[in-house]
Ligand binder design. Sequence first.
Ligand SMILES: Cc1cc2nc3c(=O)[nH]c(=O)nc-3n(C[C@H](O)[C@H](O)[C@H](O)COP(=O)(O)OP(=O)(O)OC[C@H]3O[C@@H](n4cnc5c(N)ncnc54)[C@H](O)[C@@H]3O)c2cc1C
Length: 433
Amino acid sequence: MNATLIQPLHAFARGDLSLLAGLVVLAGLSAWLFLEAARAGWRLKAERGQSRATLEKLRAQTAEVRLRCRQAGEAQAGWNGIRKFSVAKKTVECEDVCAFYLKPHDGRPIPAFKPGQYLTFHLELPGRDKTLIRCYSLSDSPRDYYRVTIKKEKAPADRPDLPPGAASSYFCDAVKEGDILNVKAPGGHFFLDMAQSRAVVLIGGGVGVTPMLSMANAIAASGSKREAWFFLGVRNRRDHIHKAELEKLAAENENIRLHVCYSKPGEGDVKGRDFQHEGRVTVELFKELLPSSNFSYYLCGPGAFMKSITEGLEEWGVPEGDVHFEAFGPATVKKKAVAPSAEETVHLARINVTFGRLGKTVRWEPSAGNLLDFARDNGVKIDSGCCAGGCGTCLVAIKSGEVTYLQKPDAEPEAGACLTCICRPKSHLVLDA
Ligand SMILES: Cc1cc2nc3c(=O)[nH]c(=O)nc-3n(C[C@H](O)[C@H](O)[C@H](O)COP(=O)(O)OP(=O)(O)OC[C@H]3O[C@@H](n4cnc5c(N)ncnc54)[C@H](O)[C@@H]3O)c2cc1C
């Protein structure tokens, strides 16, 4: 029999109660110590498990923060060259106008853009060996997709024999949901500064409404109460791009005041419901409606529309710096370049520009502004896209001489070439055009 049991029995037998009591206390103490030690062991084990779990959790959190930082970096930085986007949704907005909702094919985040900027598409059209480059303004505020709204360009009214616009027809007639497109990162210098709170007047003519819609949507999405007067000029309801979206925007945001002008209302078009004013968008209308001329103006539309509005604003005394515009085609409103010094002017007036392929040499005309317009004025065809140094379409090789840039190109042009839309000669120049 076990000694621990025998001893107390003997002791009990001897009547040695004090020893018995001592032994009982000792046994109790041992049991308590044993239980405490076991409990401490369990606690330690649990704590070890817990700290392992905490460590795992911390590791997961760090990885997530790193991923978020990388994604934020990517989203901030844009991308170089071409990225593939798939058409997630295509909608018909009105006659000959479709909207395309684009999602990155790689599934990674897309950079936010400044409302008013555009995307540049590199299109490989069936039957064409040359890539067609075209710019389209982003028509929504920054979200997890990009949206462009494209109007199919018809043949000029006086030349119905000519084919319609190549890229816009391709988009509207052939591009379908699921198709993949080659896209350059958002760019352009025509945008609304969201850090400012100054009241704005947004003026869109026809499809020129696209950058304005992006600006108005961005104001609404920011939750700011920035005052925005939105003027849209179209012929009638058949041309009324993003009608429902514009009306909803104005109904939900009292700071956005929508004024739609129909120049030729259709039979079923109702004033007060579909449009507010009959006629074109004019500065006279601004004078009637705006409390003063003290606004920042943003406009985009057909050549004649832009010309009449910019001239009208100038006459009204609006400072040049308050008027911002974008042209979708060849510029009809010349952007005023920084004036050269008197010494430079004398030097510039002596410069010759040679278009090597044509074998044509012309004296540089400083009033031309940039080489692209100068070439056009002299019957030399150079393809162009954004006319703002962003898309690279007007890139021409320089055979000899140097150029001066009138504004910073979005991306450095390749060595030995120049972006003709934003530069002028610095010395005698021979171009490969
Ligand atoms: C910054 C920027 C943003 C833009 N944003 C938008 C936008 O949001 N939405 C939009 O719809 N557009 C936008 N554009 C315009 C767009 O980039 C294209 O210019 C437009 O879609 C026409 O291109 P296309 O290839 O369809 O037409 P093109 O093929 O270039 O043809 C243009 C015109 O020339 C005619 N033509 C065809 N062949 C000849 C010929 N041999 N001789 C003479 N004429 C001929 C065509 O019939 C057509 O009328 C934007 C442009 C820029 C620069």
